[in-house]
Design a protein. Sequence first.
Length: 222
Amino acid sequence: MKFPNAAKGVKKIFNAEIISLIAALVGGAGLVMSLIGASKETNESVGTTLLAVSGILLIISGIALLVAGIINIVGYLQAAKDEEGIKRAVLCTVFSCAFAFAAAFFENQTGFLGGLGTVLSTISTVLNMLVALFMIGGLMNLSAKCNRPDMVKRGHDILSTIVVSYIITFALGLLVRFGAYTSAFGEGVIKWLSGLSALFTVFIYVLELIYLAKAKKMLAEN
C-alpha cells in the first residue's frame, strides 16, 4: 500500500460523511417541522408540540455534526501525512462544526436571534464548501499519484457539481429566512423551498460519499 495513512484517513472521513448525511436528514426534518409548527394554520397545541420536537431534532443534528466534524478532523490529519493538500480542510472543518452546532440552537428563534442563526448557518455552509473543495482536491492529487486519470476527471466533475449545488443551497436558505421574516412568500412556498434546500444538501453528501467510496477502494488497491 503506497499511502497507508491516506487510506486510513479516507476511511474515517467516509464514516464521518455518513454521520453528516444522517444529521442533514434529521436537521431537514426538524426545520420543516418548525415551519409547520409556526404556521398560523396549525392548531396551537399541535404547533407547540411540533416546535418542541423540532428543537430536539435540530439539537441532535447539531451534536451529530459536531461528532462527524471531530472524526473528519482526525481523518484529515491522518490523510494529510500522505497528501498535504488535505491539511487545509482541517481548519475549515473546525470552524464549520462550531458554527453549525451554534446555529442549531437558533433555528427556531425569530428577530435578532433568528438572524444570528441564519448568519451562523450561512458561514457554516460556506466553510463546508471549502472543506469539500480541499478534500476532493487532495484526493485528486492522490489519484494522480496512483495513476488513476479516471478518478482525477471524476473529481473535476464532482467539484463543479458540488460548487453549483452549494450556491443553490445557500440561495434557498436565504430565501427561506427572508420569506419567514418578511412574509414575502406564502407558507406553502417557504416549506417547499426548505424541502428543496434539504434535498440539495443530501445530494451534496451523496456525491461526496460516492467519490470517497471510490477513493477508499483505490487507496486500498495501491
